[in-house]
Ligand binder design. Structure first.
Ligand code: SF4
Ligand code: SF4
Length: 193
């Protein structure tokens, strides 16, 4: 068992101000679960993932959303304005869920967090971070992400992602193939659902 890393957020705000990820013409925002859309202004929220034969289909259903801004409107000098109610992805951070090669949802570190990056550098490879803030959402959040992913993978011909850059839906399978939606700096070809 690798030695765990004790990690403390220093509230630098970097992770709240670099929310947009862009790869190969696809732009992604902060991922939101359907029940989290009301945490942001309506015009700041866009669809994320949808299922259906076509986005124009009457039965098309949005199953996840995203926040479209690079800097979070809830960030203040002292920290997160809505800390107690922040989205699950923020509570989980800097652990983020990703789809591994083989389409399994796993957790990985987002190395945008410089503090974590510095800490990990001091530890032997394979060490795991210990963060109370992420551990308390583990049981609740990751199964929901896994369920959304499972729904997308169930029928790839009916799975879609909303590209913030173009304002258009793109087939999810194209993203899987190109691995363009990676939200973190891990190098194992993972993508964030
Ligand atoms: S909701 Fe709070 S923790 Fe999440 S990105 Fe915004 S300011 Fe940061
Ligand atoms: S980047 Fe890391 S240290 Fe900075 S606010 Fe985010 S979690 Fe905390």
């Amino acid at each position: 068992m690798p030695e765990p890393i004790t990690y403390k957020c220093i509230n630098c705000g970097v992770c709240c101000n670099k929310l947009l990820i862009e790869r190969q013409g696809v732009r992604k925002g902060l991922p939101l679960l359907p029940e989290e859309v009301d945490l942001f202004r309506k015009d700041h929220v866009k669809p994320g993932y949808g299922v259906g034969k076509s986005p124009r289909d009457l039965n098309f259903r949005i199953i996840a959303y995203q926040m479209r801004l690079n800097s979070c409107p809830h960030r203040r000098l002292g920290g997160c304005f809505m800390h107690a109610y922040r989205p699950a992805i923020c509570r989980s951070y800097p652990l983020v869920p990703v789809i591994e090669q083989g389409n399994r949802v796993v957790k990985t570190f987002d190395m945008t967090c410089i503090t974590l990056k510095d800490r990990i550098r001091d530890y032997p490879s394979g060490a795991v971070p210990v963060m109370a803030s992420s551990l308390d959402v583990e049981n609740e959040y990751y199964p929901l992400v896994a369920a959304i992913t499972e729904r997308l993978l169930k029928d790839l011909d009916e799975a879609w992602f909303y590209n913030l850059k173009t304002g258009r839906w793109v087939p999810f399978k194209e993203m899987l193939t190109a691995r363009v939606s990676r939200l973190n700096t891990s190098s194992n070809g993972t993508i964030h659902p």
